[in-house]
Design a protein around this ligand. Sequence first.
Ligand SMILES: NC(=O)c1ccc[n+]([C@@H]2O[C@H](COP(=O)([O-])OP(=O)(O)OC[C@H]3O[C@@H](n4cnc5c(N)ncnc54)[C@H](O)[C@@H]3O)[C@@H](O)[C@H]2O)c1
Length: 309
Amino acid sequence: MRYLITGGAGFIGANLAHQLVEEGNEILVVDNLITGRHSNIEDLVRNSRFEFKRQDIIEIFDPGDIDGIYHLASIGSVYHYLNNPIETMRVGSIGTERMLELARERNCRLVFSSTSEVYGSPLVHPQVEDYWGNVNPVGIRSVYDESKRYAEALTMAYYRKYRVDVGIARIFNTYGPYMDPDDRRVMPNFITQALSGKPLTIYGDGSQTRSFCYVDDTVGGLIKLMESNCPGPVNIGNPDEYSIKELADTISALLGVPGKYEYEELPEDDPLKRKPDISLAKSVLGWTPGVSLREGLEKTIKWFRKELQ
Ligand SMILES: NC(=O)c1ccc[n+]([C@@H]2O[C@H](COP(=O)([O-])OP(=O)(O)OC[C@H]3O[C@@H](n4cnc5c(N)ncnc54)[C@H](O)[C@@H]3O)[C@@H](O)[C@H]2O)c1
């Protein structure tokens, strides 16, 4: 199969590209590198089954023959989307429309990477797919949350009106190799701070919770969704829930450093709880995450050590 991965030089996209090439597929990665890194796919460039095109997906381009589209292009880290609010809205809206048009024209399946952020600061816990969310439409984070909600609505409109074969994945916090150490998400922050002997920065009192999914599991879920005919939305995440303080304690313990923390104010509209209900992914895709937080952190820390050298 020949797949197009938009945003394939980013964190999840690079992991997906490596996995799909390893499975014998041909891959075209299209990425404008606004937050992605060429170094994430550098080793693949020598492979004859891999092609990279530096390209903004907002512009029309010809990907050649394709059998499916993984549409991952977006600006995923809060730090970056707050600094690039218009680019974030445009890739979610115009970029998604371009990819849906491409899927329609080529008559191929499109898997869209949506997010648990569509649930906002949830009033239902754990989050099930039929919960509509609690999002501030004019808050600073809305550029990301609302562009994903719009993209989901557009994807369903193409599904209903043109019968485009789509699958919407609502991805929850994912971590692992190929994360940008500087993109200010909680995992790279904690790991780089702990590795360099600095205090870990905790926003708020650290009691807010997140569910962390190791990237191999997330990638496995996306591939299963591509291979199914499920339109979704379907939650892809690990239901094991940890407070941010527990995560900081676990990383400090794994690295054998004393838990030194610096507390800063909780950012605006930061969700207090996050935990996916994955019953749908289990029943429809036969998918369930298999990597524990400890095991995933060990692999991630190993990768960060090498990357930071
Ligand atoms: N990592 C997570 O925890 C998480 C959670 C929920 C959803 N997601 C979603 O999964 C996808 C991948 O996330 P990630 O963590 O790998 O983020 P990332 O920022 O590392 O990767 C996104 C990639 O998209 C590219 N991109 C952005 N705008 C583009 C444009 N206009 N044209 C071409 N390329 C463009 C970036 O350069 C980057 O390489 C995103 O859609 C994100 O919203 C991620």
